[in-house]
Design a protein around this ligand. Structure first.
Ligand SMILES: C[S@@+](CC[C@H](N)C(=O)[O-])C[C@H]1O[C@@H](n2cnc3c(N)ncnc32)[C@H](O)[C@@H]1O
Length: 238
């Protein structure tokens, strides 16, 4: 009897989802986008997050966790608190931690591809700017993303309609500012593409469409590294 033929050796393939660590995760706006891009996501936050949407949640200090466990993941995202960098910081009069430099150093030490997200005004290196109109969301919400890998440059379309006045309930078809004192929480949830958060979490969140966009590019680089020999994982969007 003929011996059954063996399959020829296959190049290495991921049989499980690549694992992404999402630091400062809150209830998981960024997390959801990375999941949609195909990652298994572990979130870390200093506060308990009963509505966290990811696969695993760790309550603790993000910097400590990154230093101890960062190397165990395939990729790392971080959204350090943005209040200290935002244009409204003078209005509150409070001191806020400025963690970006420290987070970047630890991310680089991990040797893993990384993303740092923050608000306009934050000291990110060669960031990509994403806004809601790129993804047909009804909020502009500009956010910066420093990527340690190459991200293609994209042009953002201007908003296709006017913004609802702050403090007034938005009418159908208007853009909204999703901030702490928002009116029309259901409208804001739909505008962000988020249906599981309370008002406070929503006001801090990143629309999942942003990190899905970046996560898909990252997934390509992780699963097909040979197509991108030139790409360095560890220097911001060179
Ligand atoms: C802007 S929110 C993150 C929003 C989140 N990326 C999203 O898209 O939904 C920042 C989060 O950082 C958390 N945080 C602040 N300092 C922290 C620390 N040292 N370690 C871990 N989490 C921290 C806060 O509790 C808060 O939930």
């Amino acid at each position: 009897m003929r011996k059954p033929k063996r399959n020829p050796p296959q190049p290495h393939r991921y049989t499980e989802k690549p694992r992404l660590l999402d630091l400062f995760c809150s209830a998981g706006g960024c997390t959801k986008g990375y999941q949609n891009a195909g990652f298994h996501v572990t979130g870390v936050d200093i506060e308990a997050q009963p509505r966290y949407v990811g696969d695993v949640f760790v309550q603790g200090d993000a910097l400590d966790y990154l230093a101890q466990h960062g190397h165990e993941y395939d990729a790392i995202g971080a959204s350090p608190p943005c209040q200290g960098y935002s244009v409204t910081r003078q209005l509150t009069g409070k001191a806020h931690p400025l963690l970006i430099d420290q987070v970047r150093r630890l991310l680089q030490d991990s040797g893993k591809p990384y993303i740092i997200e923050n608000v306009p005004g934050a000291p990110l290196i060669n960031p990509v700017v994403l806004v809601g109109s790129m993804f047909r969301l009804m909020t502009m919400r500009p956010r910066l993303f420093e990527c340690s890998f190459d991200m293609p440059f994209v042009l953002a379309p201007p908003p296709a309609a006017k913004h609802a006045r702050m403090g007034r309930r938005p009418k159908a078809g208007e853009y909204v500012h999703v901030v702490g004192h928002m009116s029309g929480v259901a409208y804001c949830r739909a505008a962000m593409g988020i249906d599981w958060m309370n008002q406070h979490e929503l006001a801090q969140a990143i629309p999942p469409a942003y990190t899905e966009y970046i996560g898909r590019r990252l997934m390509e680089l992780i699963t097909h590294p040979c197509n991108d020999q030139e790409n360095s994982y560890n220097s911001p969007n060179s």
